[in-house]
Design a protein around this ligand. Structure first.
Ligand code: CS2
Length: 455
């Protein structure tokens, strides 16, 4: 028997649940990219807000690329469970904040209605790094943009403008530097090309706050769903499994109303940059290092990689000596404590976070995770050996064609075939390279990477 509004009462009493009348609430948020991360993060904070009495923040989720999540959640009336996993017992709760899931290309008329509705105040995003359709020079790739959220938003802006409906807050929850500013710039580029009328309206009526998002959410497996079903008595095809920790730091500049997420753990600040940089370079930077080096060393999960003494030493060095020293922290931001907490989170044995999941889309991730800090250390004539060692492991991953998935897979493979070890470093990190970065390897860095890649 499956989880849905009619079977909800069969759940055992130790499974907590939302505390509001879902049918009495309007949709206030349309979210693009309703994967597991969103359900464990923005949707989770929003569920807490509505459970505490805030109204009309139900979420319509949008899938851009597949109908998988629609098939998981729609038959369940949008309900799903979230299980927090640590060394002790799993703690499960039912979230009610998702109203439904629309598949772009199939339900565009309903999506348009949701985006135009005056009750919709926020459009949020977890479309991953590649979902923003950026070209290697950081500008918008108009061809790729057509398959993403840009055309849907453009139509909605035009309609809202003509009907005199207030603007929207566009809230990126992806691991990109200055994610809100980047989204705003890319959206403007799209509007310049496609709808100059909507451009002025967007610029004056809409806001795109920057936000740092953090919660480790491994992909759910069939075995997770089976084990949950035997524990709670209902099958939940949309179940998410995550760590107890969660963090969300947001700039408080919304175009209109927003939920009081700050009462449920989110922090509102004037400038997110130091938090975001710490997270991208320390947490995500360490993750990617563990992924490529850990897979090579025969590990499958993050907790195994961090238990490997050599890898742990390298990860500590990357986080503390290289990432944490590459930027100016905010007053009171304790990067030493942050590194310590990250090491504990990585060691969580109950999460089973697959290294292969993190290894995906490396070409989109490594610029903000490693290359930005390499560029800073170069100006100080430092040799950030841990970050370079990680980068060499990624190069070997590319050389050996081990991609789990990467939008530049073909391009990178062809570059390797053409260039070989001797030419690969300038081909990937020089001018006109397919990877967005302003880091240019010094002769010594180039020699190190070549030697590490030849082995
Ligand atoms: C990970 C992130 O898959 C990855 O690339 O580094 O998804 C990471 O788990 C989250 O950013 C944690 O907040």
């Amino acid at each position: 028997m499956r989880l849905d509004p009619d079977t909800l009462d069969r759940l055992p009493p130790n499974v907590a649940r939302f505390a509001y009348d879902r049918d009495a609430q309007k949709v206030g948020i349309v979210h693009f990219g309703i994967g597991a991360f969103h359900r464990a993060h923005l949707a989770w904070y929003t569920d807490a807000a509505m459970s505490a009495g805030e109204r009309d923040w139900m979420i319509t989720g949008v899938s851009l690329r597949s109908d998988a999540v629609a098939r998981q959640l729609n038959p369940q009336g949008g309900l799903y469970t979230l299980t927090e996993r640590a060394a002790g017992e799993d703690v499960t709760r039912v979230a009610g904040a998702v109203r439904d899931v629309l598949v772009a290309g199939r339900s565009d008329a309903r999506l348009a209605i949701g985006l135009i509705a005056p009750s919709t105040h926020i459009v949020s995003f977890t479309v991953t790094e590649k979902g923003y359709a950026r070209a290697a020079d950081g500008s918008l790739d108009l061809g790729l943009a057509e398959a993403s959220f840009y055309p849907h938003l453009t139509r909605a802006f035009e309609e809202r403008r003509q009907a005199g409906i207030p603007g929207l807050t566009l809230l990126s929850c992806d691991n990109l530097p200055a994610n809100g500013d980047t989204l705003r710039r890319l959206m403007c580029e799209y509007l310049v090309a496609k709808s100059p009328d909507a451009l002025g309206w967007f610029e004056s009526e809409c806001n795109c706050p920057n936000a740092m998002v953090d919660r480790i959410v491994p992909a759910t497996t069939d075995a997770d769903i089976d084990a949950l079903a035997s524990r709670i008595g209902l099958r939940d095809e949309g179940a998410v499994f995550t760590e107890p920790f969660s963090q969300w730091v947001i700039e408080d500049r919304f175009a209109g109303p927003r939920p009081g997420w700050d009462h449920y753990g989110a922090q509102f600040v004037a400038d997110v940059a130091p938090y975001e940089t710490a997270k991208l370079r320390m947490l995500n930077g360490a993750h990617s290092a563990m992924a490529y080096l850990g897979l090579e060393r025969g590990h499958e999960f993050v907790h195994e990689a961090i238990a490997d003494p050599e890898l742990r030493a390298l990860v500590e060095r990357l986080m503390r000596d290289e990432a944490a020293t590459s930027f100016e922290p905010a007053p009171g931001q304790d990067l030493d404590a942050y590194a310590k907490a990250l090491l504990e989170r990585f060691a969580n044995p109950a999460l089973n976070h697959r290294l292969a999941q993190i290894a995906m889309d490396g070409s989109q991730k490594i610029p903000q995770r490693w290359l930005a800090s390499l560029a800073v250390h170069q100006t100080r004539s430092n040799k950030p050996i841990a970050t370079l060692t990680a980068l060499a492991a990624w190069l070997r991953h590319v050389r050996d064609g081990l991609f789990v998935d990467d939008p530049l897979k073909e391009e990178l493979a062809t570059t390797w075939r053409k260039q070989g070890v001797d030419g690969i470093v300038p081909a990937l990190f020089g001018d006109n390279a397919p990877i967005a970065s302003n880091w240019r390897p010094s002769p010594a860095e180039k020699a190190f990477l070549e030697a590490e890649t030849a082995r």
